[in-house]
Design a protein around this ligand. Structure first.
Ligand SMILES: O=C(O)CCC(=O)C(=O)O
Ligand SMILES: [Fe+2]
Length: 258
């Protein structure tokens, strides 16, 4: 498939400098950008078919972690926001399992798409991961599966929703909940989110939406999916420099292999 078969270019003129500028302003001001109907219906159908046919090959993890995705701090109590545990359970297939002729690969590698992403993110250029697993991932959340509250390590995330569950599977977030580069952890604010005292924002995401998100300082989660339709979501992962692999410990945690 060509880019024009994969992306609704009439609605999203990703080559235009002015359009890129508007997208960048939106991402910079609210930390999230949702483009409904970014994928064409044909591309959604093709990826959904690939996802369903490979679901049984996914690596499933069920995991408890703290919000900061770090080792616990033994100097603080277990119920402290720094150490409090939340649940994540999901399945994942990795880049090496994505078909050579998948629209996902054509999109991931497309120079125009990549230069659009770089412009919106304010990066000079974007590069694939140097390891064979991390660049394109397809995540599955079946009935009852969820992603608990966390902050991302990476400064940006690019996702495509392929299949929405009947109920749940909502992406919720609260912006500017920490300042990772300054080491400001904001335990008081995080505690309020965990205790439900701050109401998060919800992103309205449909199948075919492209989402760009800055999850490093925005606490976020995906609520449990419910029903027979598995939530399927693609993560397109890039680096701002060439030759970077995901760490071996992270690969073992996420994929169960190297
Ligand atoms: O599934 C999503 O919509 C978000 C995934 C996410 O937050 C992550 O992979 O870190
Ligand atoms: Fe995340």
């Amino acid at each position: 498939m060509q880019l024009s078969d994969i992306v609704s270019l009439a609605d999203y003129p990703i080559e235009e400098p002015h359009f890129r500028q508007l997208c960048k302003q939106q991402l910079d001001s609210v930390g999230a950008l949702v483009m409904p109907g970014f994928l064409t219906p044909a591309a959604i159908a093709a990826v959904a078919g690939e996802g369903r046919s490979k679901q049984s090959q996914a690596y499933y993890t069920r995991d408890q972690h703290n919000i900061y995705l770090k080792e616990p701090d033994p100097a603080l109590p277990a119920q402290h926001p720094r150490n409090r545990l939340v649940n994540s359970s999901k399945g994942c297939i990795t880049d090496d399992q994505i078909d050579g002729d998948s629209p996902l690969r054509a999109l991931y590698d497309d120079g125009l798409f990549r230069s659009f992403l770089a412009a919106v993110l304010g990066e000079d250029q974007l590069y694939p991961y140097a390891d064979p697993l991390s660049s394109i991932n397809l995540h599955y959340a079946a009935d009852g599966q969820e992603l608990g509250w966390h902050f991302d390590n990476s400064s940006f995330a690019i996702t495509l929703l392929i299949q929405k569950p009947e109920q749940g599977g909502q992406f919720e977030y609260v912006e500017a909940m920490r300042d990772a580069d300054r080491g400001e952890m904001n335990f008081a604010g995080v505690q309020q989110v965990l205790d439900g005292e701050i109401r998060p924002k919800v992103l309205d995401i449909q199948a075919g939406s492209l989402v760009m998100f800055r999850g490093r300082n925005a606490i976020h989660r995906v609520t449990p999916a419910w029903g027979d339709l598995t939530r399927m979501l693609v993560v397109l992962a890039y680096n701002s420099a060439p030759g970077i692999a995901l760490s071996e410990s992270a690969r073992m945690t996420f994929y169960g292999r190297l």
